[in-house]
Design a binder for this molecule. Structure first.
Ligand SMILES: [Fe+2]
Length: 213
């Protein structure tokens, strides 16, 4: 059994200046791939079974940090790529726009709050827009921690704030990275889809048997 690195849902140069092809070469092609490769090593060594989210939850229950970190980072990145889209002036619409307006007063204050969370998060981690029952909330999780193991955290949108996410294009400027990405290359259609509560499932993966690997 082995897990696979998912293809990016767009060409690696499609986000232009906001996230460069070189960043994707490293972030997707090397960092994300390394998590998948390490996870596959554990799958073989420990005989792990089940889907990616099964393995993440079991590793958390067992206190197996090495498996948890690599499996959770595989899920987090698989979700993150889907949150991005080429800069075509997209904005939240419909029910998503209404929920954002009632929770934050509009898209601009919501993005400002998400940027504040991303910038204020100490060291490595992920900033999240989540659905908690019927309410939108903004929070962040440290290192590889993931909504997959948090009851009531239905993921809608995330921003990777590990330094490897922005160092090539923005050097140490996390605030400029957060503002540029959140303001220009978010796939609001994907975010809106996740209002159905199945965001976790959209980055899940079944391990392929070796015959098909
Ligand atoms: Fe990352």
């Amino acid at each position: 059994m082995s897990f696979t690195l998912p293809d990016l849902p767009f060409a690696k140069d499609a986000l232009g200046q906001y996230m460069s092809a070189e960043t994707f070469d490293y972030h997707h092609g090397k960092h994300h791939k390394a998590y998948v490769d390490k996870l596959n090593g554990f799958v073989a060594e420990k005989g792990l079974r089940g889907s990616l989210t099964d393995i993440i939850r079991q590793a958390r229950a067992d206190g197996d940090k090495a498996v948890f970190n690599n499996a959770a980072q595989h899920w987090n990145h698989s979700f993150f790529w889907q949150c991005l889209a080429p800069p075509e002036g997209q904005t939240p619409e419909g029910r998503l726009a209404q929920l954002i307006a009632s929770a934050f007063g509009g898209i601009d204050p919501m993005l400002a709050r998400l940027k504040e969370e991303a910038v204020g998060h100490f060291s490595n981690g992920w900033a999240w827009l989540i659905l908690d029952r019927d309410e939108l909330k903004i929070t962040s999780l440290h290192d590889a921690d993931t909504p997959v193991v948090h009851e009531g955290m239905k993921p809608l949108l995330t921003l990777d704030v590990w330094e490897h996410a922005y160092y090539i294009d923005y050097r140490n400027e996390r605030p400029r990275f957060a503002e540029s990405v959140l303001g220009n290359v978010i796939n609001w259609e994907f975010v809106a889809q996740n209002l159905d509560g199945d965001g976790v499932g959209r980055a899940d993966q079944e391990a392929a048997s070796e015959a098909f690997a």
